[in-house]
Write a protein that binds this ligand. Structure first.
Ligand code: ADP
Length: 484
């Protein structure tokens, strides 16, 4: 089985969000399952910066390849490097100075045009390289036009006509909605612009294009796969997803066990594991000290998030006066909407002994929070998979979540009778239920026998990529069977 994985972001070359982590990790685990994987990504300016910083060698493979289908023919070069930590995963970089010279990944001249160019260039690159893939696995809206290209302009191509396509939805809210005039630039047949095709309320929808034309669809957790077929979570694409429901799967993301390991993580104060769990307390003390919080044995609740409504901050806002009455400390790390930055800043000013508010992006402090806190709060309105709760479980920091998407698939309510469960949570959007979940966690924190058991359950929760990689292999087989 040979797979081409296509993504706008790949860790460690260019990362903006969770997409980069998934595409940077999954191929390593697929390789262990005997799958041969190549990655295709844009040669962003960031890739060069990171290559220089970390010493990755990038070589030129081919140059001046045209994109014959686009309205104005563009040219690109292909470069190659290897995915760090893999044996043989090639990373092919599509280079074009006009489109990919911006300082940040998503700051180029025209995102719609760039995505069309990239999608078409990947197919032309595969032709140039003469690689015979079984599956092309695309990710999110930026690569959503590849499936319709395959089913129309490339349907009689010798190399590409029998290639299956899989699209992974990492977040349904980001769809790539643009003016219909981009149809012309793409070279795709005009008749695709209709309600059963790429059209969406008068606009061109790049994600919908992928959802309609890919052979198989998946998203990053089983619960989110079910939720997005409902009106509440469907972002107006629930109808399309329901039509394709027999081809829609949910596969939970894993986390990188080597990078996120409290036993070896160099970013935290003191390393520990389940046997030496008392050392977690030292991390807590050092964190309190570094952040200027009183060094007391109270439950410390952490939160690391983009400060946006998706993360349930409006639900939180309603109860913060009550949370402030509890004998706890609260550590926030995040940036985002001014409204929420102001809310937290004010809390920090009002209760400096209780709140440490850190409005910045800081990966080292993030690790110290995962290691040093007792609990981790994630009351998201929706969460395709979520990484924060998985990292916190691995570091023995007990998640308090809203049971939605990947949070519902990874966090199980603690049951004091069976001693099973690794966290606390609530359903619905009633903030009183969030308050109750926090109070419940605080209650069990003070019962050391139960708490130790919860921490043990958390740290032994299976979150590695191995299982997920096996599920992806099955997904590729299903996709392949559809084009046989
Ligand atoms: P999303 O992809 O919706 O932002 P996830 O939970 O899947 O949410 O992933 C967020 C990742 O980004 C986590 O690894 C989290 O630790 C990290 N992160 C978010 N905000 C910050 C920040 N301000 N500083 C450091 N890391 C952050």
């Amino acid at each position: 089985m040979r797979v081409a994985m296509v993504s706008y972001e790949v860790y460690p070359f260019a990362k903006v969000g969770g997409l980069a982590d998934v595409v940077g990790a999954l191929p390593k685990y697929l390789e262990r399952q005997g799958i041969s994987v190549d990655i295709f990504m844009p040669y962003h300016k960031k890739v060069d910066e990171n290559a220089k910083k970390f010493g990755y060698v990038i070589e030129k493979v081919s140059e001046s390849i045209p994109t014959p289908h686009l309205l104005t023919e563009e040219k690109f070069d292909i470069y190659r490097t290897t995915l760090p930590g893999s044996k043989n995963v090639n990373v092919f970089l599509i280079s074009n100075k006009y489109y990919f010279s911006a300082d940040e990944v998503y700051d180029g001249p025209d995102l719609a045009e760039q995505s069309i160019f990239f999608s078409n260039a990947v197919l032309e690159a595969i032709k140039k390289l003469s690689f015979k893939y079984d599956v092309i696995h695309v990710n999110d809206w930026q690569t959503g036009l590849i499936p319709p290209y395959l089913k129309t302009l490339y349907k009689d191509d010798e190399l590409l006509s029998r290639v299956a396509s899989v699209i992974t939805i990492h977040n349904l809210a980001y769809q790539g909605l643009y003016e219909p005039s981009y149809m012309r630039f793409s070279g795709l047949p005009d008749h695709l612009f209709n309600i059963d095709g790429l059209e969406f309320y008068g606009k061109m929808n790049f994600l919908k294009a992928g959802l309609i034309f890919a052979d198989v669809i998946n998203t990053v957790s089983p619960t989110y796969a079910r939720e997005i077929q409902t009106k509440e979570y469907g972002e107006k694409l629930d109808g399309v997803l329901r039509v394709r429901s027999s081809d829609l799967y949910g596969i939970l993301n894993g986390i990188d066990y080597e990078e996120y390991n409290p036993e070896t993580d160099k970013r935290i104060y003191v390393n520990y594991n389940l046997e030496t769990i008392e050392k977690k307390k030292e991390n807590k003390k050092m964190l309190q000290k570094e952040l200027g919080l009183p060094e007391r044995d109270v439950p410390v609740i952490g939160m690391i998030n983009r400060l946006v409504v998706q993360k349930g901050l409006d639900i939180m806002a309603e109860i913060m006066d009550y949370v402030s009455l509890l004998d706890i400390q609260f550590v926030l790390l995040g940036t985002g909407d001014k409204e929420y930055e102001d809310m937290f800043r004010k809390l920090g000013e009002k209760y400096p002994e209780k709140y440490s508010i850190n409005l910045k992006f800081d990966v080292v402090l993030a690790q110290k929070i995962y290691a040093g806190c007792d609990m981790f709060l994630m009351p998201s309105r929706y969460e395709p998979c979520g990484l924060g709760q998985m990292y916190s479980l691995r570091y023995g920091t007990i998640p308090i979540v809203r049971y939605t998407g990947g949070l519902a698939d990874t966090v199980k309510e603690y049951n004091p009778e069976t001693l099973e469960g690794n966290g606390f949570g609530f359903e619905g959007v009633d903030s009183a239920h969030l308050l109750k979940a926090i109070a419940k966690a605080v209650y069990y924190y003070h019962n050391k026998e139960h708490w130790n058991k919860i921490v043990k359950n958390a740290m032994t929760t299976e979150l590695s990529w191995d299982n997920s990689a096996k599920e992806y292999v099955k997904l590729y087989q299903r996709a392949k069977a559809k084009v046989q």
